[in-house]
Ligand binder design. Structure first.
Ligand code: SDX
Length: 435
């Protein structure tokens, strides 16, 4: 290794030194391979929340937080948002390249013919309370699919991994829509093979057996765009959860169920639902935006500006820029008397005030993917508690692509982080009558 490809670490207590290799990426930050540190110097590294730690190498998605760059397999998100479709992005993320027409048609047909669920799965829903949060239902039903697809499944067989990806991408809309229908006491609607991925989801969500239903093309297009923008985001909390759960060789449906659980948190995918609740509170408070900005800055108040800030982006989240424009255009199409304009106007006002406030500017807090997305979903008639379910529906392809990449990686091994132990020193057991 040349000197330029290593860093030297010196233990000042002993004077011992170790040369650590620098791993160079295609683009982005180089990383230091610290795997020899315990053996060479007897140290672990400590990095709560993995702020500065790469857990793996990946070819799938690249983010540049400083420049606000997001690329799927090298393609800028802005170009994919403008020119691609969610089903094409699914192919790109899983297979690594854009499909030609025949490949895309074949992939679309495969996904379309995997949208049905085993009839027994319907009965799972009746085991949930009617008011169960659809994310709870999704965690349960996706995990339960591991009971249907387990025997004979070999995760080390690329063909088995590909069909698992097909099943999950295809069935998530059906699982999601059925959660919504069950909550509303409405009959489950079967997928329709004649419809596109996004149109089929709206069909399963909103069609009634009593009358013809045609999904609004405006909403189909907006939903497909949201799915593209939410499809992957490198090693976020839920994707890292899927990787860690899958690293033990666990059933992929069970591993994705763990990812769905992680996404549900308000600090992650649950933020889109929390943003609307926050915006609605502000509208109901006669738009006292300044009060909410002050609360977000007050350390004694747990309140945070939901939809703001990001672990990686210290500039605009490129997805938020696209979603804000889509939201504005969709509301304009719906007409100025649409009932969501007040939420959008409040969001724009909040963004303007926050981005001129030193607290947010000094911490590089910008709107993220969740800040405007909920307004679009509301405008489509999708209820708040289904927002993160839509996020999970989109992110399924990212999760399963990372799971697949991990298993086919020559370095594949079970993930097992270490710790900094600060507990009690060794001590003798004391009988209860002497305590
Ligand atoms: C997603 O990782 C991904 O890629 C996720 C995601 C994906 O596609 O998978 O992009 C999707 O999860 C987007 C994020 C959605 N979450 C929210 O919108 C919730 C609100 N945001 C925050 O909770 C927060 O910004 C996080 C969780 C997103 C990031 O948290 P970090 O990186 O741990 O940052 P931090 O908590 O260390 O914050 C740094 C500072 C702190 O202040 P100081 O201690 O320096 O004084 O900024 C403050 C924080 O208090 N801060 C905020 C804030 N976010 C951070 N203050 C007010 N409001 C906020 N939203």
């Amino acid at each position: 290794m040349s000197k330029n490809d290593t860093v030297t670490l010196t233990d000042n207590a002993t004077g011992k030194q170790v040369e650590l290799p620098i791993l160079r990426p295609t683009c982005g930050s180089p990383t230091i391979d610290i795997s020899s540190l315990p053996k060479e110097l007897g140290y672990f590294t400590y990095d709560p929340g993995f702020v500065a730690t790469a857990s793996c190498h990946s070819n799938i998605t690249y983010l540049d937080g400083a420049k606000g760059v997001l690329e799927y397999r090298g393609y800028p998100i802005e170009q994919l948002a403008e020119k691609s479709s969610f089903i094409e992005v699914c192919y790109l993320l899983f297979h690594g390249d854009l499909p030609d027409k025949d490949q895309l048609d074949e992939f679309d047909d495969i996904i379309t013919t995997h949208t049905m669920l085993h009839e027994a799965v319907k009965r799972f829903y009746s085991g949930f309370r009617r008011d169960a949060h659809p994310m709870a239902t999704m965690v349960g039903v996706v995990g339960a699919l591991s009971a249907f697809y387990h025997h004979g499944e070999d995760i080390h067989d690329p063909k088995h991994r590909m069909i698992t990806a097909h099943r999950l991408i295809a069935k998530m809309p059906t699982i999601a829509a059925w959660s919504y229908r069950y909550t509303n006491g409405q009959p489950m609607v079967y997928p329709k093979n004649s419809l596109s991925f996004s149109a089929n989801f709206l069909h399963m969500m909103f069609s009634m057996p009593t009358e013809e239903y045609t999904p609004d093309p405006l909403f189909v297009k907006a939903l497909d765009l949201l799915l593209i923008l939410h499809a992957d985001h490198e090693q976020n909390a839920s994707t890292s959860t899927v990787r860690l759960a899958g690293s033990s060789g666990a059933n992929p449906f069970a591993a994705l169920s763990a990812g769905i659980a992680s996404l549900w948190g308000p600090a992650h995918g649950g933020a889109n639902e929390a943003v609307i609740r926050m915006l609605q509170d502000i509208v109901d408070s006669d738009n006292d935006v300044a009060h909410y900005v002050a609360r977000a800055k007050d350390k004694s108040d747990r309140f945070r500006l939901m939809g703001f800030g990001h672990r990686v982006y210290k500039n605009f989240d490129p997805r938020a820029v696209i979603i804000r424009k889509t939201c504005m255009n969709l509301l304009a199409e719906l007409g100025t008397n649409n009932k969501y304009q007040a939420l959008f106007d409040t969001a724009v006002e909040l963004e303007k005030i926050a981005l001129s406030d030193e607290y947010f500017v000094s911490r590089n807090l910008y709107p993220n993917v969740d800040f405007y997305s909920g307004i679009i979903l509301l405008a489509m008639g999708i209820p708040l508690n289904m927002f993160t379910v839509i996020f999970a529906m989109a992110r399924t392809v990212g999760w399963i692509s990372h799971w697949n990449e991990m298993i086919e990686d020559d370095d594949f091994r079970i993930g097992r982080p270490r710790q900094l132990y600060l507990g009690a020193e060794t001590r003798e057991y004391v009988d209860i009558d002497k305590r």
